[in-house]
Ligand binder design. Structure first.
Ligand code: NAG
Ligand code: NAG
Ligand code: NAG
Ligand code: NAG
Ligand code: NAG
Length: 629
């Protein structure tokens, strides 16, 4: 009797030991349940329940062998005995060990078998650590319409300052979203410190399934990113979908050596801290071009209407533009001759024309997307913009349409555009006062479009070649109100940029999220260009031995408190006040912050430019920077 008890004890001890040993190997398979779902029985999909069940078991065995035998983090399997086909997909988070991955699989398989009754034609389990899904059809391996797309937010609000947390979390997630589709293995982990927030750190991870395209990965993460927005300011959130998973938390959930696939920006901690450090995976230029391409391919169709401000029923009562006859314009431009051609913009060619009364005008022949809807919208848009009157906006004098030709007639600016004065043939000819006037005038023109005209007009294409200069070198913004009529391939989102998004706000380029803040971002880039005389899209050698893009250079110098070094060396130092120039660079950086919410409005920018605002209280947070290495 006693012996038997001892034997039992020994046996129990042995079991305990093996269990314990197992736990040393299996550190944490992260089997916290995020979501699960089972389809109800459907005789059309499952004709023989036991056969279907057997097939499902077979795919599970197959997958388990693949992950444990071949050290895989992603596997699919299919079995179609007796026509009752089953397709199964499994993925675990790449930061787990293979032992944890297998443990997570085992747990998920048991969960599915216990919750999805025999004959359930489909189901899935999402754990923190892994994702298991099966279905009677394998179409979910490469699904274009997401069948699963949801979010699970934590229930604790973060400590400390919520705004700082939000903007850092947004940036971490944006980094993940942009990086993940370009990595081999489709996964990325990152860690970011929230500035001035008691050492708060955000950990984030994103992953796509291995059967989809880069493009689908990007669009899935795009949806996941949007879903996670609803979680802020909770301390953690998980977005799960058919093809991807994204998670953030203020508590670490992956080993510290797992952030290898990542942009690792450390945000500025205090005013006298050393610079932001950005580590990047190799081949960044390539990654970026790819990214640009992806963003460009998947960008939403631009059909948005202008955002109404108040009552817009009055629009139809507005005075329309003057109608010019085609013949008249043909004479004015010498049959649109090459010698009269002023240039070629995103919308088509621009010609210099001289009307019968001697007035010189700019005649813009548009290349538009062709459709009946475009025609109608175009007409009302032209009517609208012909009523925009502001001294910093180019006047639309009239229009002409003949057949499918659409021609707009604008004021002529013989000084052409700002880029010529900054980077082109007139480089170095603008003094400080003129530059300041251009900054301020451009801000006023934009503030009018955004905030003062009776509908809010988002320009979407603010850049130095869209800022024309009048005889007094005062700025006049051109091409407003037309961006949405651009043919898709001529949209300003060019595939050519590398290293920075150029003038385009990251949330617009990547998520297609458009607001006035996208213009404000572009304006911020223009500010930095005006001050530095450098082009934002060009790799510049500025102090560093390695090249850097303008926004990077500006941010790095700012971090060191030496942003005055950004000033164009063609400027006479006696002309400007160092503090004023520094303040304006800071305004540029405020406008280009990663978080659109944190960027000031255009009317606030005007106040800041005039030095009336308390800029001391506004410290720019980091822009989205990607560095070449
Ligand atoms: C279902 O398949 C099993 C074999 O797995 C077979 O023995 C059984 O007869 C089938 N049942 C029906 C209703 O066809
Ligand atoms: C499938 O596997 C489960 C769990 O191992 C088992 O209970 C069930 O009987 C199996 N079904 C078939 C048809 O083999
Ligand atoms: C928050 O969630 C945790 C589990 O994640 C739970 O234990 C806790 O009770 C929840 N707290 C509240 C206030 O709902
Ligand atoms: C902040 O966190 C880091 C690592 O997470 C740690 O090394 C450092 O000591 C912490 N600083 C403070 C002030 O808590
Ligand atoms: C991370 O560290 C663990 C042990 O600390 C090690 O087993 C693992 O290989 C490391 N992973 C990487 C990617 O360095």
């Amino acid at each position: 009797m006693l012996q038997r008890t001892n034997l039992h004890l020994l046996f129990a001890f042995f079991i305990f030991c093996s269990f314990w040993t197992l736990h040393v190997v299996v550190s944490d398979p992260q089997t916290h349940l995020v979501s699960r779902f089972c389809n109800p029985y459907d005789a059309l999909q499952v004709s023989n329940i036991s056969m279907f069940d057997e097939n499902r078991n077979a795919t599970f065995r197959d997958i388990r062998n693949q992950i444990s035998g071949q050290n895989k983090y992603f596997a699919t399997a299919q079995q179609a005995n007796g026509g009752n086909s089953v397709a199964t997909l499994f993925q675990c988070r790449n930061y787990l060990t293979i032992a944890d991955c297998v443990a997570c699989f085992d747990s998920a398989a048991v969960k599915i078998l216990s919750s999805c009754a025999a004959g359930s034609p489909g189901g899935f389990v999402v754990y923190d650590g892994c994702f298991l899904r099966y279905d009677a059809s394998n179409s979910f391996f490469l699904e274009t319409t997401p069948s699963i797309n949801s979010v699970a937010c934590g229930n604790q609000t973060v400590d400390g300052e919520v705004t700082a947390f939000d903007s850092t979390a947004q940036q971490a997630l944006t980094n993940l979203q942009t990086t993940t589709p370009t990595t081999t293995g489709f996964f990325t982990a990152t860690k970011m410190q929230v500035p001035n927030n008691n050492n708060q750190t955000i950990y984030a991870f994103a992953q796509c399934i291995g059967t989809i395209t880069q493009n689908l990965c990007l669009s899935c993460l795009n949806a996941a990113y949007s879903n996670l927005q609803t979680c802020f300011p909770n301390s953690d959130g998980r977005a799960y979908a058919n093809a991807c998973f994204m998670r953030y938390s203020t508590t670490s959930f992956f080993p510290p050596n797992q952030t290898f696939h990542i942009l690792q920006p450390l945000i500025k901690k205090g005013s006298n801290n050393k610079g932001a450090i950005i580590g990047v995976v190799g081949g960044v230029a390539f990654v970026l071009v790819l990214l640009a391409l992806l963003a460009w391919i998947k960008r939403p169709k631009r059909h948005e209407r202008p955002v109404p401000r108040g009552d817009i029923s009055g629009v139809s009562k507005l005075k329309g533009p003057t109608i010019f006859s085609y013949g008249e314009l043909k004479i004015a431009t010498k049959s649109f001759s090459e010698e009269n051609k002023l240039g070629e913009g995103g919308f088509g060619a621009v010609y210099k024309g001289t009307l019968k009364n001697g007035k010189v005008v700019a005649v813009k022949k548009l290349t538009l997307r062709q459709s009946k809807k475009v025609d109608e919208e175009f007409e009302s848009e032209v009517k609208l913009i012909s009523n925009v009157h502001h001294r910093n906006l180019i006047r639309l004098l009239g229009c002409c349409s003949k057949g499918d030709k659409r021609i707009l007639i604008y004021e002529y600016m013989k000084n052409t555009s700002l880029d010529k004065f900054l980077f082109g043939k007139n480089r170095g000819s603008l003094n400080w006062k003129q530059r300041y006037e251009i900054l301020l005038g451009t801000a006023r023109g934009l503030a009018y479009l955004h905030e003062e005209f009776h509908v809010c007009i988002i320009h979407r294409d603010i850049k130095t070649n869209n800022i024309l200069l009048d005889d007094d070198l005062q700025p006049r913004i051109a091409d407003f109100g037309l961006a949405r009529f651009l043919p898709d391939e001529k949209s300003h989102l060019s595939t050519k940029f590398a290293g920075t998004l150029g003038y385009t706000a990251p949330e617009y380029a990547i998520h297609g999220k458009l607001s006035e803040k996208a213009d404000i971002y572009s304006y911020g880039v223009v500010v930095l260009e005006i001050i530095s005389g450098q082009q934002s899209g060009k790799l510049n050698m500025h102090g560093d031995s390695e090249g850097a893009f303008l926004l990077q250079t500006a941010w790095k110098l700012y971090e060191r408190g030496s942003h005055i070094e950004l000033v164009d060396d063609t400027l006479d130092p006696n002309e400007y006040n160092t503090e004023e120039v520094k303040r304006i660079i800071e305004i540029g950086l405020l406008c280009t912050q990663a978080s659109a919410e944190l960027r000031p409005s255009m009317s606030e920018v005007i106040v800041l430019l005039q030095g009336n605002g308390l800029l001391e209280n506004m410290r720019p947070t980091m822009p989205i920077l990607i560095e070449t290495n």
